[in-house]
Design a binder for this molecule. Structure first.
Ligand code: PEP
Ligand code: MN
Length: 365
């Protein structure tokens, strides 16, 4: 599906990156929401966020104040000149948030995983012009994320974007949710015009790593940040370990190196064009070396067919991999990188050999 979102500047009024959405994980009291907004003044924040309805993993934990907190958000936005944003998970949330003049809605990670829920939200959003951001699903499933984007886009939502909040994994990790930048870059490749906001709070789960992930997002050319901010983070009713004080948010934003997508400097552009020409030449050589390698593989396959020997030889493969990894490390190449390259090369070699071995044997004459 061809996704044509409105440029972010049209709905946010912002002419330079990053767009910043900040505020508490959840609205707890009117005073807390107001104090967050007051202390964020001057920090370059554009939207004040607060969760009103909280999807919690276990029942019995704080599930959000509910609609009663919507006027707090609205008041804090109006007093401190901030637009407002909240999470919606059900059509009634959309209706209530819009009734209270909330400026931006996002769909949470636990909702994006469910196409029925996303479709219900899309139906509720039809005919409105509110900006909507779709968080990635909790699992690293790009198709599921794209499906949710398509559902909301098909409902006529033009002011559309996504939030990258990391993915659950079963392995050990220093993050609450793995950032998996490759998935985000694949989304960018598929939908180049779709604004992407990174949420370092839910990626890291800990406040000391927020600066690092925020900078990483800028290095990847991400369009904005969503950062959980609380006046007394340690006392927060949810996500205490990852929330930061408004003053710390100001520091982090002030220290960001925001990358440009290009430059107008002619001599710098010429230097880059030369380097790119060098890369193009290297790649031409690389492909011709790979072709040469495959032609030897084919001769080996013919030998194996004649001798009736299996294409896959585990001892040879282990030996080859070990040799190339140690050669690579002498040359300064990362072990994982060399392994990954050789796995692809070897898979193709076996595939070609199987194909040659299975060809009709020539009839004996
Ligand atoms: C949130 O933004 O507070 C939230 C619940 O995030 P997520 O949907 O990414 O878990
Ligand atoms: Mn949270």
């Amino acid at each position: 599906m061809d996704i044509k979102p409105l440029p972010m500047t049209h709905w946010s009024g912002l002419d330079r990156k990053p767009l910043v959405i900040a505020g508490p994980c959840a609205a707890e009291t009117e005073e807390q929401v107001l104090e967050t907004a007051r202390r964020m003044a001057g920090a370059n924040v554009h939207y004040l966020r607060a969760g009103i309805w909280k999807a919690r993993t276990r029942p019995g934990s704080f599930e959000g104040i509910g609609a009663r907190a919507l006027p707090w958000l609205r008041r804090a936005g109006a007093e401190f000149d901030l637009k407002t944003a909240t999470e919606v998970a059900q059509p009634t949330h959309v209706e209530l948030a819009l009734k209270h003049g909330i400026d931006l809605l996002w769909i949470g990670a636990r909702t994006t995983v469910n196409p029925f829920s996303v479709q219900e939200l899309a139906n509720a959003l039809r005919g409105t012009d509110v900006p909507v951001l779709i968080k990635n699903p909790t699992s690293p499933d790009l198709a599921l994320w794209i499906g949710a984007i398509e559902r909301v886009h098909s409902a006529g939502v033009g002011a559309l974007g996504v939030i990258h909040r990391g993915f659950s994994t079963s392995g050990k990790s220093s993050y609450r949710n793995e950032p998996m930048w490759n998935i985000v870059m694949e989304l960018r490749q598929t939908m180049p015009k779709l604004p992407i906001i990174t949420d370092p709070s839910h990626i890291t789960g800990r406040r000391d790593l927020i600066q690092d992930i925020s900078q990483r997002a800028m290095d990847f050319g991400i369009d904005g940040l969503m950062i959980e901010t609380h006046p007394t983070p340690n006392q927060a009713w949810s996500d205490a370990a990852q929330q930061i004080m408004p003053e710390r948010l100001g520091e982090i934003l002030g220290q960001l190196h925001v990358r440009r997508s290009g430059t107008d400097d002619d001599s710098a552009n010429r230097a880059l064009a030369e380097l790119r020409e060098a890369i193009d030449q290297i790649d031409r050589n690389l492909l011709s070396v790979l072709t040469e390698r495959l032609s030897v593989i084919k001769r080996i396959a013919e030998w194996k067919r004649a001798e009736n020997v299996t294409p896959f030889q585990v001892a040879r493969w282990n030996e080859l991999l070990e040799d190339r990894v140690s050669l690579g490390s002498l040359l300064g190449l990362n072990e994982e990188y060399v392994k990954a390259i050789y796995k692809v090369i070897h898979r193709e070699a076996v595939r070609q050999q199987n194909w040659i071995m299975d060809e009709e044997e020539p009839l004996d004459t």
